[in-house]
Design a protein around this ligand. Structure first.
Ligand SMILES: *Cc1c(COP(=O)(O)O)cnc(C)c1O
Length: 356
């Protein structure tokens, strides 16, 4: 049976990226060896690295003065690397979910943290508004897409201090004005590629300003100097990311991704809003176009397990909501075809017919 892959991350990748990777794993570019078997310092792998950096710059329209790094450790290591490199005295954070909380926790090891706004009072179902960024903060950190709660910030703030964003789960889903950010980072395993590689886009002039010493592996300046090859980079993950971004480019770039992502999200949100049984969990003005969270209305709550089973029988994968929200979550990342969204909607309607 056809599977509809709504996994939250790692998640669905473009078929062509998988096919090209399968070939490169067996014989890379006809060199008679696997991409897994060659030196990261070979000219063949250097070309992979260079092309991936170039794709980032082109697709995101990254201005001069920024560097693109591919590191290990996941977005979670960035929660500590960011303050290590940039927090001298005080930093401001917007608390919009568990990932933001984790970033805040790490920053507290390095200095004062001002949480300018939080939506924790309503289990992160909205994006706090009306906050102010302290002018003396070293930076302001936001999480643009809150993967667990299905809320998203889809605008580029004007910040009086360097703006830093965790874009793990919505990078390449809209045309970001990179010039408004000092840094953008994320684990690749949602929209950008497979697990194992972390992207960091950093404006060089914000580095080198903290008083502390920084261990080499945690120092952005060293990774910049070494072209992301201070140590062995996650070669295969970078290769799959390159193939994923080539697909994004061939499809028409980030603008096209945004169109497709918006259309998929609208289909599913409309179905939820028009349903007798299901209801969305995030505030409508904060709804994510990447992770769509919904539950059963109170009077049908006891049918959630039955719907899970029903959906599974119809090929739906990965729609269980995060344990802190419950219900269901459909992640509709770039590579997810609209047919899968339609199949989920059909499934919801069929279930409703038999049960509501
Ligand atoms: C998935 C995710 C993370 C965690 O990334 P790791 O690479 O597993 O550390 C962090 N932030 C956001 C917004 C995420 O969606």
């Amino acid at each position: 049976m056809k599977k509809h892959n709504f996994n939250a991350g790692p998640c669905i990748l473009p078929r062509i990226a998988l096919e090209n990777t399968a070939k490169a794993v067996l014989d890379f570019n006809g060199i008679g060896m696997s991409i897994l078997e060659i030196s990261h310092r070979s000219k063949e792998f250097q070309a992979v690295m260079d092309e991936t950096v170039a794709l980032f710059k082109e697709l995101l329209n990254i201005p001069e003065g920024y560097q693109v790094l591919f590191l290990g450790g996941g977005a979670s290591l960035q929660f500590c690397m960011v303050p290590f490199n940039l927090l001298n005295k005080k930093a401001a954070y917007l608390e919009t979910g568990v990932w933001a909380k984790k970033a805040i926790k790490e920053a507290k090891f390095f200095g004062e943290v001002v949480v300018v706004g939080t939506s924790s009072d309503k289990n992160f179902t909205y994006i706090p508004k009306g906050w102010e960024i302290p002018a003396d903060a070293d930076y302001f950190h936001i999480t643009t897409n809150n993967t667990i709660y299905g809320t998203e910030i889809r605008e580029d703030f004007n910040s009086p201090v360097p703006l830093i964003a965790d874009m793990s789960s919505d990078i390449f889903s809209r045309q970001v004005d990179v010039s408004k950010y000092a840094m953008i980072y994320g684990g690749a395993q949602k929209n950008a590629g497979p697990a194992g590689v972390t992207f960091v886009i950093v404006r060089e002039d914000v580095l080198g300003k903290v008083d502390r010493n920084i261990p080499s592996m945690l120092d952005y300046r060293i990774h910049i100097k070494e072209g992301s090859m201070f140590n062995t980079p996650p070669c295969i993950s970078i290769f799959v990311m390159k193939e994923t971004l080539k697909w994004v480019k061939e499809m028409g770039g980030v603008k096209k991704m945004e169109e497709m992502d918006r259309a998929k999200a609208k289909l599913l949100y409309d179905a939820i809003d028009n349903s007798k049984m299901f209801t969305g969990t995030a505030n409508k003005d904060a709804r994510s176009i990447m992770n769509i969270c919904f539950v059963m209305k109170d009077q049908y709550k006891d049918k959630e397990d039955a719907f899970m089973e029903f959906a599974k029988l119809h090929g739906m994968v990965g729609i269980k909501g995060h344990r802190s929200v419950g219900g269901f979550r459909a992640s509709t990342y770039n590579a997810l075809p609209v047919e899968s969204v339609q199949a989920l909607i059909d499934c919801m309607k069929d279930f409703e017919l038999g049960n509501a």
